[in-house]
Design a protein around this ligand. Structure first.
Ligand code: PHE
Length: 337
């Protein structure tokens, strides 16, 4: 038996596995339940008592040597398989291929400017009821915006609609009753309009709402002026034209000096030197009342702009449909934006 053990010992010492599988084969051959070592331990039972100590030690030495060989060679395969791939799976997703859609880029930039002024982002459902889209916002029952031509109805009575503006989010925030309020509501809106270079049945808005004690039209002007300087560059002029919205009184539309020709006059501004970018106004007291806010104590302003319109001006895109076609030749131009 002694010679047998020594012979095996010599054999295993020269063993070198060239694959993980070969190493596993080696382990099975020697250390498994039916392997060589088990067989030797069975034989060991017949060893004469005076030889037992020596044989026992030899046998254990063999077993340990085999185990050491396996452990040692296993390590090599582990390091090899780790080094096999060049992919770093811990890299953040941004490092992978792909880029943001121009509308997302513009939305994020606008959000950031208002966030720095203390506004927080609020969100609400795209499928809304009549109350949040129209009634609470002072739309008379026969207002044309409620008409089938403008609004997509999901069900009639009760009126469930696709929101036509994100002002519905403003109503939801006002309903919560936590004052003061300083929110922006970016999101997708839907209007039943024929698709053309200038209009689409789906587009995106960012609306803002600020309600506190002593909020005035001057605060509205200063906030929007700051936004324009940040987004379109210092020196961009603004002008306010009187307008009408059911939910604001006083209402205005805001133009900026054309960012393409600098106010000289070009095709984009139709040679007027000005382009319209948003609607705004002081919240009508009826709106505050509908949401249980006391108009004697609180006042507020609201504004709303189309993200597509801002993106078209910023990047000189002349067809709104481009944003929805997902043509890679178009999208790739914004990879580094
Ligand atoms: N909700 C208006 C629209 O969709 C925009 C707006 C918002 C106007 C807030 C004034 C005040 O056209």
């Amino acid at each position: 038996m002694k010679e047998k053990i020594e012979k095996i010992l010599e054999e295993v010492k020269t063993f070198h596995a060239d694959s993980k599988e070969a190493l596993e084969q080696f382990r099975i051959q020697y250390l498994s339940k039916k392997g060589t070592i088990t067989e030797l331990f069975t034989e060991f039972k017949q060893v004469a008592p005076e030889m037992r100590k020596e044989m026992g030690m030899k046998l254990n030495e063999l077993k340990n040597t085999i185990q050491d060989i396996i452990d040692e060679q296993q390590k090599q395969f582990e390091t090899k398989s780790e080094g096999k791939t060049d992919l770093d799976l811990t890299l953040p997703v941004d490092a992978m291929n792909g880029s943001r859609h121009p509308l997302s880029i513009v939305r994020n930039e606008i959000n950031d400017i208002f966030k720095r002024l203390g506004f927080v982002v609020a969100e609400g459902p795209e499928i809304e009821d009549d109350f949040h889209v129209f009634s609470a916002l002072n739309f008379p029952p026969d207002h044309p915006a409620r008409d089938m031509q403008d609004t997509f109805f999901v069900t009639k009575s009760p009126d469930v609609v696709l929101r036509t503006h994100t002002s519905s989010v403003q109503v939801r925030v006002m309903e919560q009753g936590k004052l003061p309020i300083r929110i922006i509501a970016p999101g997708r809106v839907f209007r039943n309009e024929a698709i053309s270079a200038r209009a689409h049945c789906i587009f995106h808005q960012i609306e803002g709402l600020y309600i506190d004690k002593n909020v005035s039209f001057a605060d509205l002007k200063q906030t929007l002026y700051h936004f324009v300087q940040e987004y379109f560059g210092e020196g961009t002029k603004v002008r306010f034209r009187p307008s009408y919205f059911p939910f604001t009184e006083t209402s205005a539309e805001m133009d900026i000096s054309c960012n393409i020709c600098g106010g000289e006059g070009c095709n984009i501004c139709k040679h007027t030197g000005w382009v319209e970018i948003l609607g705004c106004g002081i919240c009508d007291p009826n709106i505050l009342k509908a949401c249980n806010i006391d108009p004697e104590e609180y006042t507020g302003f609201a504004f709303g702009m189309g993200i597509e319109r801002i993106a078209m001006l910023k990047y000189q895109i002349n067809d709104l449909r481009m944003f929805f076609e997902n043509d890679l030749r178009f999208l790739k131009q914004f990879e580094n934006a």
